[in-house]
Write a protein that binds this ligand. Structure first.
Ligand code: FAD
Length: 530
């Protein structure tokens, strides 16, 4: 018997486990389907390329249902598994989104979630090695660092953005996000700083914190409309964990709605179709899926460009790099691949950016699932505030079966129009003089002036930037799954706390915002218990 059961040790779950167990009188149990993730493949930043492209021990590796907006293709949806969750396999870019994103959450009726309300939680979480001003924190668990070994194309790419009219911006998380520069990364001492490393590592010894790995939660347990814990499977055996105070679902934007629906909390008609008894008809569970659609363009480059690729020289330098990283935690194995970029507008009249660029020091082909042997560099362009809305539904009542993920990418015409504008800008950046010394031939070439060719390229190759959110959204309306204190409506002693509660996707990468949500969630839980 515990006070709190936390389901899922991802970005949010690790924060909650650490914060709630700060009180030695509170017994906390953190349950994670994956393993401990105690591996150099997780710790060495560049090793992410070995994990991200396919399902396995560290990666759920989901796929979407066929997407009409992507010419009927199935999208790929990697998700982290094991301690740290997706923060253990992500690209480590530290981006919070824009102040107005959070003001919009408050305007939707979520009091306590304006930028002024959430900034203290970003700061509380953070230990920024560079920026020390009113936007940033020192002494928090999440270490934010500069790139240790940026590639030689890095500076040229930022210069190319400036050539195309973007200002230099040394801090995307400061006064404005608009502009171009290197990204800061969630790393510490040349290693990945996942939520597990930041929040669990220093606190695993606490006698009131139990962390159980390789346990798959299959459903929530109830006494009437009160959640009393979870049923799970460990080593093929059924187990139960009971919570005296609350159960906190932190299984991510796919896992959280799936677990609620398996437990009879979800859209009544869908649950009945699946043969599941409806405990609470919550129409919003699994609705409102939002994700960042992304297109990659790439150019080959000479082997001495410092980019990753298959060549004799690089294979030898990789061997040296492994040795260097093991000895001093420096060198190219500290790269997250995604190194620099910027935020820009699809229309100069806009008040704030709606598009993002990320330069990668390798050729990215279908999430790295297909190998392009040559040295080269890529650029990702992402639509930050899509209007397209998708769903997560059950494929089966089997808790081990993947859910049906339908992001409905580019189903909104305006999304597609702005995405096109953004990709033209990306191609201009890539064709800039600043990159001329490095640029070889284009991979997947087409004539950008040919409208139809551009549209075909987007429909044929675009896919996620790995930021699904919103499937258990917070709000006061009938479709909201949780209230502004993240309590599941219609059920007692149950909260959802992770990326799924975002009512609208923030304009940036989603790890830091999820950690912020959990920091704030932990405070609300403690306040409500008093
Ligand atoms: C490849 C990739 C690259 C990314 N790059 C960046 C980036 O550079 N910067 C950034 O800010 N964001 C990035 N993100 C996004 C960011 O990492 C996520 O938004 C964030 O980690 C989500 O946190 P979460 O707590 O909602 O879910 P997760 O971190 O995914 O955690 C959910 C956890 O729940 C566990 N779980 C699920 N179901 C069950 C169950 N039934 N029983 C027990 N456990 C369960 C999972 O195994 C997982 O550990 C990236 C994501 C990916 C996948």
């Amino acid at each position: 018997m515990y006070d709190y059961i936390i389901v899922g040790a991802g970005s949010a779950g690790c924060v909650l486990a650490a914060r709630l167990s700060e009180d030695p009188g509170t017994r906390v149990c953190l349950l994670e389907a994956g393993g401990t993730n105690d591996s150099a493949l997780i710790n060495a930043p560049a090793a992410v390329v070995t994990i991200m492209p396919r399902p396995g021990r560290y990666n759920w590796g989901f796929e979407t249902v066929p997407q009409p907006g992507l010419n009927g293709r199935r999208g790929y949806q990697p998700r982290g598994k094991g301690l740290g969750g997706s923060s253990a396999i992500n690209a480590m870019l530290y981006v919070r989104g824009q102040a107005e994103d959070y003001d919009a959450w408050a305007e939707l009726g979520n009091s306590g979630w304006s930028y002024d309300d959430v900034l203290p939680y970003f700061i509380k979480a953070e230990n920024n090695e560079t920026h020390d001003d009113s936007f940033h924190g020192q002494g928090g668990p999440l270490n934010v660092a500069e790139l240790r070994a940026p590639c030689r194309i890095n500076g040229a790419y930022v210069d190319a953005c400036v050539e195309q009219g973007l200002p230099r911006n040394p801090d995307f998380n400061g006064a404005t996000q608009y502009g171009a520069s290197s990204y800061q990364v969630t790393q510490v001492n040349g290693e990945r700083c996942s939520a597990a490393k930041a929040y669990l590592g220093p606190n695993m010894h606490r006698p009131n914190l139990e962390v159980v790995t390789d346990v798959h939660v299959t459903r929530l347990l109830f006494d009437g409309q009160r959640c009393v814990g979870v049923a799970a499977q460990r080593d093929g055996q059924p187990v139960e964990y009971r919570a005296q105070a609350e159960t906190l679902v932190c299984a991510g934007a796919f896992g959280s709605p799936q677990l609620l629906m398996l437990s009879g909390v979800g859209p009544g008609a869908h649950l009945q179709d699946m043969g599941i008894d409806v405990r609470h008809d919550a129409s919003g569970v699994g609705q409102n899926l939002q994700d960042h659609i992304d297109i990659v363009h790439g150019f080959k480059a000479r082997a001495d460009s410092d980019t990753f690729g298959i060549s004799l020289g690089f294979t030898m330098s990789l061997a040296r790099a492994i040795f260097e990283w093991r000895k001093t935690r420096t060198g190219i194995l500290t790269t997250p691949f995604a190194e620099c970029g910027g935020f820009f507008k699809s229309n100069p009249e806009l008040q704030r950016p709606d598009l993002q660029l990320i330069m990668v020091r390798a050729l990215v082909n279908d999430h790295g699932r297909k190998i392009t042997a040559s040295h080269g560099f890529s650029s990702h362009m992402t639509l930050l505030n899509p209007a397209s809305r998708g769903t997560v539904r059950l494929a089966s009542t089997d808790a081990f079966a993947a859910p049906l993920i339908d992001p409905k990418f580019l189903s909104d015409d305006d999304d597609f129009a702005r995405f096109k504008t953004g990709s033209r800008f990306q191609l201009d950046v890539l064709q800039s003089d600043a990159l001329a010394p490095w640029r070889g031939e284009m991979v997947f070439p087409f004539d950008p002036a040919d409208e139809q060719a551009l549209e075909a390229d987007l429909r044929n190759r675009a896919d996620t930037q790995y930021h699904p959110v919103g499937t258990c959204k917070m709000g006061p309306d009938a479709d909201a799954v949780v209230d502004e204190r993240l309590r599941v409506r219609g059920i007692e002693n149950l909260r959802v706390i992770d990326a799924s509660v975002m009512p609208t996707i923030c304009r940036g990468n989603t790890n830091a915002p999820t950690i912020m949500i959990a920091e704030k969630g932990a405070d609300m839980i403690r306040e409500d218990r008093r």
